[in-house]
Design a protein around this ligand. Structure first.
Ligand SMILES: Nc1ncnc2c1ncn2[C@@H]1O[C@H](COP(=O)(O)OP(=O)(O)OP(=O)(O)O)[C@@H](O)[C@H]1O
Ligand SMILES: [Mg+2]
Length: 279
């Protein structure tokens, strides 16, 4: 699947002057297999941008294409698109509504009118993917779970649709380090299995660890779109966006300044370990 935004602008209040548009002239293209991070301060338009991917919001001007087809043309099947792009929203509890965990995860496959056996299989494997045992948790109410568990159930509900692309809005907000690690592990596995992922997060360590490409939004406009390494290399971009450096880069720079390691350009835990082993 290929998604393309062409000069997309959006205002919640259509009468607002162009200067206070929430999105202005967004041009981007995401192709199958990518793992893209979207970063930007509160209010920069990340969630608004996300809602344009599946046609939950219609651009005030500009066009969104999926596989070169304008998604707002009358003959375009938005329902099909929403089945192919799974979205995990910012507040997971808003996405849960059935009485049991099983029913909640089964919602999309049931809507697709899949046979009962296939529904069971989809639900148990989606729950397994997020580290939840269907036998143990299936009958519990999704409302009486911890925030981390709710987040995982919401993700399982989306995975049960077998989407080609997954978009997640702040999936780790409010989670403890082990909860964050768990989500990171799940996303890595899903990407390795071939799902295209767009991750919106304020957690710069997570974005740096998982994604290849980052898009930085500021006041509704794209400030940067490219390789994560070239972004964190550019002190001009760092200064301009006021983003913090990922901890792994900070630590490597410190160790290099102390002459403990030789190379400042370390981009993963694995690379850092390798340099430390040489000592
Ligand atoms: N339904 C709405 N009606 C009017 N204005 C809105 C609405 N939703 C968001 N906005 C405004 O649009 C701007 C962008 O909001 P958006 O939720 O896209 O930001 P965000 O980057 O996702 O922020 P955060 O990091 O806090 O989640 C903000 O100024 C916000 O106040
Ligand atoms: Mg948001």
């Amino acid at each position: 699947m290929k998604i393309k935004f062409e000069n997309v602008c959006y205002s919640y209040n259509q009468k607002l002057p162009p200067k206070i548009r929430v999105l202005s002239n967004i041009n981007l293209e995401i192709v199958a297999g990518e793992f893209v991070g979207i970063v930007g301060p509160t209010g920069s338009g990340k969630t608004t941008l996300l809602q344009h991917f599946t046609g939950l919001l219609k651009p005030t001007s500009g066009t969104v294409y999926v596989n070169d087809k304008n998604i707002w043309r009358k003959d375009f099947q938005l329902q099909d698109l929403r089945r192919k792009i799974g979205v995990v929203f910012q507040f997971p509890e808003s996405q849960l509504f059935e009485e049991t965990v099983f029913d909640d995860v089964a919602f999309a496959p049931r809507c697709q009118k899949l046979p009962g056996k296939e529904i069971n299989h989809r639900v148990t494997s989606a729950l397994r993917l997020v580290g939840i045992d269907a036998e143990q948790m299936g009958n519990r109410s999704p409302y009486h779970l911890s925030e981390g568990e709710m987040r995982r159930i919401a993700l399982a509900g989306v995975l049960a649709m077998a989407p080609e692309m997954l978009i997640l809005d702040e999936p780790t907000a409010g989670l403890d380090p082990s909860g964050i690690k768990l989500i990171a592990g799940i996303l890595k596995r899903l990407h390795a299995e071939g799902i295209t992922i767009v991750l919106i997060s304020h957690n710069i360590d997570l974005i740096f660890e998982l994604t290849n490409r980052i898009i930085i939004l500021d006041e509704g406009a794209i400030e940067f779109d490219g390789e994560k390494t070239s972004f964190f290399h550019s002190s001009k971009m760092l200064l301009k966006t006021k983003l913090d450096l990922p901890r792994i880069i900070k630590l490597s720079q410190f160790l290099c300044d102390q002459n403990i390691i030789q190379n400042r350009e370390v981009y993963s835990k694995h690379e850092l370990e390798k340099q430390l082993k040489v000592l």
